[in-house]
Design a protein around this ligand. Structure first.
Ligand SMILES: NC(=O)C1=CN([C@@H]2O[C@H](COP(=O)(O)OP(=O)(O)OC[C@H]3O[C@@H](n4cnc5c(N)ncnc54)[C@H](OP(=O)(O)O)[C@@H]3O)[C@@H](O)[C@H]2O)C=CC1
Ligand SMILES: N[C@@H](CC=O)C(=O)O
Length: 336
């Protein structure tokens, strides 16, 4: 069976989730895709932390090992921050490697450039894991854009914030304790500022805006308020009135202008996102043809994110296989 060598950038919550899922589901992937995936090189920042990590691969801090290895066809990126992630992926693409990323901060800043570069170098970019964890929102939107027009998106896009608000309200615990739990569960980033101040949901909303409207609003025009100042008392008061405070991201086109916001809102039980609880994310798409579509599911964590990255991997490998079949068929046709 053909072996596909891949590199993993990052071996934290997501990196380990991807690695372990590949080990666990190896047989299934082989049966479904007809190829065997082998993680040969893993890039980390602090190699001493990973000395006892299972498996047979090179753990390195030198990205050049990955770049210079022509056998590595695909790079899965799960590191933190805009740089060096963007440079690594741009270089990978120029070396004709396909890339898959979970890094929304980087992709909100540079997704457009990476997609254009990938087109020039005839490789593919997967970014399903950047937005809403395991929910296949990117593929769903892509499928809807052929004929439908998406007019409005209302969503819960940060698993950590939703988890904190749910835990505080249900268990009557303070913000700090709920945040600590979210960190222990691998939902919150190591530095949780982006989660609790709304930047993480902001980056995800900008990625959706780019995908749906082919541009982002001016970042300075987007209202962004996080959840860090919401008190247990406020949550319980709203509950008394039959409402729940949710951290809502909204995107819509008004008079040809993209309007976006990420703010806490008190919503009634009739709202489609009222029952999205815990680490789940929820997305309501309003479209002109099919109408309303609602997606919900795990918005953070090792395995939901691994699911999104590996579905991207499957899509890329299938399309490569498909183009090989097409090319072979064309060759057969031209010789007969
Ligand atoms: N956690 C989640 O639920 C989700 C996270 N994401 C995104 O996935 C990415 C990874 O998140 P997560 O796994 O939680 O983060 P972690 O902090 O758990 O892990 C980050 C990993 O990246 C490595 N790393 C960081 N900077 C560098 C660098 N400059 N060079 C090489 N390696 C580096 C770290 O190395 P070392 O271990 O040596 O320190 C670590 O292994 C982020 O962009 C995040 O936004 C997306 C969806 C869900
Ligand atoms: N920290 C993020 C992880 C997934 O994107 C979140 O909590 O949603």
């Amino acid at each position: 069976m053909e072996k596909i060598q891949v590199a993993l950038l990052g071996l934290g919550t997501v990196g380990k989730g991807v690695y372990r899922t590949l080990q666990k589901l190896n047989k299934r992937i082989e049966e479904k895709l007809g190829v065997s995936i082998e993680v040969t090189t893993i890039l980390v920042k602090h190699p001493e932390k990973h000395r006892n990590f299972e498996g047979n691969h090179l753990i390195t801090t030198d990205f050049q090992h990955i770049l210079d290895n022509p056998e590595i066809k695909l790079v899965l990126e799960a590191i933190v921050g805009v740089e060096p992630a963007y440079s690594y992926l741009a270089k990978s693409i120029k070396a004709k490697k396909h890339v898959i990323t979970a890094n929304k901060a980087m992709f909100a800043h540079h997704g457009k450039e990476l997609l254009a570069l990938a087109e020039d170098y005839h490789v593919q970019v997967g970014f399903e894991a950047t937005t809403a964890g395991g929910i296949p929102i990117i593929q769903t939107i892509r499928k809807l854009l052929h004929v439908n027009q998406i007019r409005q998106v209302t969503a819960i896009l940060n698993g950590t914030s939703n988890y904190i608000l749910t835990e505080m309200r249900e268990k009557k615990i303070p913000f700090k304790q709920a945040l600590y739990q979210a960190q222990q569960l691998g939902y919150a980033e190591l530095d949780p500022t982006n989660d609790i101040e709304g930047f993480d949901a902001f980056f995800k909303l900008m990625i959706l805006s780019e995908l749906i409207f082919h541009e982002q609003p001016a970042w300075s025009n987007v209202d962004r308020i996080g959840i860090k100042d919401i008190t247990l008392r406020e949550l319980l008061e709203q509950q008394e009135c039959g409402k729940r405070i949710k951290h809502l991201a909204s995107l819509q086109l008004i008079d040809e202008q993209i309007r976006a916001s990420i703010i806490p809102v008190s919503i009634p039980a009739t709202h489609p996102l009222y029952s999205i609880e815990g680490v789940d994310n929820g997305i309501v798409l309003e479209t002109d043809l099919v109408g309303r579509i609602i997606l919900a599911g795990p918005g953070a964590g090792a395995f939901p994110t691994a699911s999104a990255m590996l579905e991207d991997l499957a899509i890329i490998l299938r399309s490569l296989h498909q183009s090989t079949i097409t090319v072979s068929q064309e060759l057969i046709n031209s010789t007969t």
